[in-house]
Design a protein. Structure first.
Length: 134
């Protein structure tokens, strides 16, 4: 019983730290983009005056906003992979294995993280588009 409680605490504390880091990263990106909103507005107004089609403006804006989130997602996935490989190596040296269930849950967690990140970045890019391109 005590082993289960210990495992539950370890998992829940790591999830809490993960969610905290994820949302602090998202809020940092949002603050960065919102603080540069006037710069984006002028830049896309200029591109519009130069004759860039509206669909190209939208595509460019989305890719610019999403690239910030993609950089953060890539860094998170690399760090998570390094961490898990380190833990797996330590367990291997102790003569233990993480097991297939662990790897399945880890892949699902990384996939879920990527999907949630993608949804947030698309919603935020749509919000910025409405603020800039009317």
């Amino acid at each position: 019983h005590s082993q289960k409680m210990n495992s539950l605490f370890v998992i829940s504390s790591k999830l809490f730290i993960g969610f905290t880091l994820f949302f602090s990263g998202v809020f940092t990106m949002i603050i960065k983009v919102l603080s540069e909103l006037e710069i984006y507005r002028k830049k896309y107004e200029f591109l519009n005056l130069m004759g860039m089609p509206k669909d190209e403006l939208i595509k460019t804006l989305y890719s610019e906003i999403e690239s910030l989130f993609t950089i953060a997602l890539t860094a998170s996935c690399v760090l998570a992979t390094v961490y898990v490989c380190t833990v797996a190596n330590l367990r291997f040296q102790e003569g233990q294995s993480l097991g297939t269930d662990f790897w399945k849950y880890w892949i699902v967690a990384i996939g879920g993280y990527a999907v949630i990140n993608g949804v947030i970045q698309r919603l935020f890019a749509a919000y910025i588009r409405k603020r800039i391109l009317y």
